[in-house]
Design a protein around this ligand. Structure first.
Ligand SMILES: Cc1cc2nc3c(=O)[nH]c(=O)nc-3n(C[C@H](O)[C@H](O)[C@H](O)COP(=O)(O)O)c2cc1C
Length: 256
């Protein structure tokens, strides 16, 4: 590839960051405007799987009433975790803060984070390594049910997650790694080809809430955008087409 070709290709990728696509989309042709059924805000649950009910807002006395300004000022990426388990109630708090549903109206979920067109295209998977009350394994948050479903157990889970994170060993030391997938159709249903930038913006809000709420429970987190796509999709068992990993963040107890 010569220099000119490389520059053109980079310019092509930059287009993704602009909103120019909106003028190219015929919104009367989107699935929503063609009357297609609203995609469900939560993936189905296999009936044979174990469901773990989570505690709810009001049940979390351990959450320090930390000043918002203090939390923003203290926030940083933390990659060194203590060998101390996260409590299940603490995990419930973090899940609520990142994807919790406050109300459901005509198939739209209003959550603790914003989302373009209220589409909320994400599912939250958890690679659980050291959470009191949970066996190691892959779990999924059920925001409508305020519960977790145990998806499957994984042998050598610390090694698997750190390999799938391109050797970022701190993921293997974390209590839990949040693994967010997107189901792009939830956004495409409304915005067609203009959906994808909105999905990328949406996930940033989710992770920022995780960073800030970790500060209130003596924990720390680190965003992870570098991972092996195929290995990570396979670890949580998603198809990589209609649903795939978009972002991750590891969480653990930290010394402050
Ligand atoms: C989109 C994104 C992807 C990131 N990916 C990684 C990653 O794969 N591994 C990592 O150790 N840190 C990752 N980080 C954390 C950044 O390295 C970190 O935010 C940056 O160095 C600034 O440090 P601070 O968060 O402590 O302010 C990522 C952050 C963002 C926002």
């Amino acid at each position: 590839m010569d220099k000119r070709e490389g520059k053109d290709r980079i310019a092509g990728y930059r287009e993704f960051l602009k909103d120019s696509i909106r003028k190219k989309v015929d919104f009367s042709r989107t699935d929503q405007n063609q009357g297609a059924v609203t995609p469900s805000p939560q993936k189905d649950i296999s009936p044979e799987k174990e469901i773990i009910k989570l505690s709810e807002m009001g049940d979390w006395p351990f959450v320090k009433s930390i000043d918002l300004v203090e939390a923003i000022a203290a926030r940083k990426s933390r990659r060194k975790y203590l060998d101390v388990p996260l409590m299940l109630d603490e995990l419930a708090f973090l899940l609520w803060a990142t994807q919790g549903v406050k109300s459901l109206t005509h198939g739209h979920t209003y959550r603790t984070v914003p989302s373009a067109g209220c589409r909320h295209s994400f599912e939250t998977y958890l690679c659980v390594i050291n959470v009191k009350g949970l066996d190691q394994g892959i779990y999924r948050y059920l925001p409508l049910d305020k519960a977790l479903v145990c998806e499957h157990k994984v042998d050598n889970i610390s090694t698997r997650i750190s390999k799938a994170s391109l050797g970022q060993a701190f993921t293997g030391d974390a209590s839990v790694t949040f693994i967010w997938t997107t189901i792009p159709y939830r956004m495409e249903w409304r915005y067609g080809m203009a959906a994808h930038k909105a999905i990328a913006i949406d996930i940033g809000h989710v992770c920022q809430n995780l960073y800030l709420t970790c500060e209130a429970i003596d924990s720390g987190c680190c965003a992870i955008g570098a991972y092996d796509q195929v290995m990570m999709d396979s670890l949580i068992d998603v198809d990589g087409e209609d649903e795939f990993v978009i972002y991750m963040a590891s969480v653990g107890k930290v010394k402050k």
